[in-house]
Design a protein around this ligand. Structure first.
Ligand SMILES: [Mg+2]
Length: 424
């Protein structure tokens, strides 16, 4: 009896505290939104989504996925409050598998309050028993993005405000380029940071010759010249250059000071990547095929990379990448979110960039033109902090209409001489 009485007393104290916290948060948010963020309220109106009172019961009612060209999968989480959250739960080339993985998580989420984001992350990840892998962590990542989007919209603030930000006034982004002409075009669009790959006339061999190395370096030198000494250009080996050849190529590239060498080898042998990192002064970057804090732990502990590139759509979403950034900070490592995906992925990366101290640069392949209202704009290499609530974006349903559906498949790549399978 005594125990029960204590239990009841504790519950009522907690209830009272929660109510106080709820009221406090509501009034603070209202003050912020009305006094300093006029653009926020404009976005809330644009979304035509009613902002419920903080204490109001909110329940998830439906998870909706749809394929979007060129190879993406978008997620909308619907609630009974009329607010929806956006995410991209995608492993490239496995969009339908990811859609099914989201479908299998749906019964857990239906009827739940979307605002317990970290709790849902734990439940979805740990109750799966087998934990991660690309499909489950990608499904979880998209769900996590959508839950943060809902939470921010409910509270009327960008996600980075809920993560302690902003930590910066604007966010540097980089563009892909494979020729000096590409770089000039991107420079004219406002970019100052770029990423290329090793130029090659055929896939790299296990031990490659001088002609292969010389050609790759000559082409990189031309691109470096186009960027200029004040700009930055990284080079992505894509895990497709075998280790012995990768070592030769890195050494030959050193005089041109790439911003980073990305995936110098595949990330399945972290000791070997660490050996490569010790053999050069160029920063090593990796992370697009590494999942959760447990995947990045080994990279940091073994000194295999100083730039981590978690993908917001693979590594575990905003919740997990924020934690990975904290782990990286302890190793003086930087975060450059990987993102060859769509505008929701970009928006999630920008929220992380705006809330961590050790951000380097955000990858993008689309600023959202033709997909979202008010696409992001690049000025002098940077985009402005998103001002809208949640992820700060709104899908342009009309523009999206002709982009629904795709059957994108991963590239097949073979050795030109003997037909054996090679990485791409
Ligand atoms: Mg890459």
């Amino acid at each position: 009896m005594k125990k029960n009485a204590k239990g009841i007393q504790r519950r009522s104290v907690l209830k009272g505290t929660t109510a106080l916290l709820g009221l406090g948060t509501a009034s603070l948010v209202a003050g912020d939104a009305s006094s300093s963020r006029e653009s926020d309220s404009a976005v809330v109106q644009n979304t035509q989504e009613r902002r419920p009172a903080v204490k109001e019961t909110i329940k998830i009612t439906r998870l909706e996925t749809f394929l979007v060209k060129p190879r993406w999968l978008f997620l909308k989480i619907h609630t009974n409050a009329g607010i929806t959250g956006l995410g991209e739960p995608i492993t490239e080339g496995r969009a339908l598998t990811c859609a099914q993985a989201v479908k299998e998580v749906e019964p857990y989420l239906i009827g739940k309050d979307p605002r317990a984001v970290a709790h849902h992350w734990q439940a979805i990840y740990r109750h799966a028993f087998y934990r991660g892998g690309p499909i489950l962590t990608s499904a979880l990542s998209g769900i996590d993005q959508a839950l943060w989007d809902i939470k921010g919209k409910v509270l009327g603030v960008p996600v980075y405000e809920l993560l302690g930000g902003p930590t910066r006034q604007r966010i540097r982004v980089y563009a892909h380029a494979s020729t000096p002409e590409d770089i000039q075009r991107r420079k004219a669009q406002g970019f100052t940071a770029f990423k290329t790959g090793p130029a090659k006339k055929r896939p790299a061999r296990i031990i490659d010759n001088k002609a292969f190395i010389d050609y790759a370096v000559e082409q990189f030198a031309l691109q470096r010249q186009a960027v200029g000494p004040d700009g930055d250009i990284g080079i992505d080996f894509h895990g497709a250059v075998p280790p012995a050849t990768a070592k030769l190529l890195i050494k030959a590239l050193e005089p041109y000071q790439p911003m980073f060498i990305e995936e110098p080898i595949n990330c399945q042998n972290v000791d070997l990547m660490a050996e490569i990192a010790r053999g050069t002064h160029l920063p090593i970057a990796t992370g697009e095929r590494i999942f959760t804090k447990w995947g990045f732990r080994e990279i940091l502990e073994k000194g295999a990379a100083t730039i981590l590139q978690p993908d917001l759509c693979h590594a575990g979403g905003i919740t997990e990448v924020r934690l990975i950034a904290g782990m990286a900070e302890a190793y003086y490592a930087a975060i450059a979110p990987h993102n060859p995906l769509g505008p929701i992925s970009l928006a999630a990366g920008l929220q992380i960039a705006a809330s961590i101290p050790n951000f380097l640069c955000q990858e993008q392949v689309s600023l959202g033109e033709g997909y979202i209202r008010n696409p992001f704009k690049v000025v002098n290499g940077y985009v402005e902090l998103p001002a809208g609530p949640g992820l700060g974006i709104e899908l342009d349903e009309n523009a999206l209409a002709d982009k629904i559906g795709h059957d994108w498949r991963n590239q097949e790549s073979y050795d030109a001489d003997d037909g054996s399978v090679v990485d791409w």
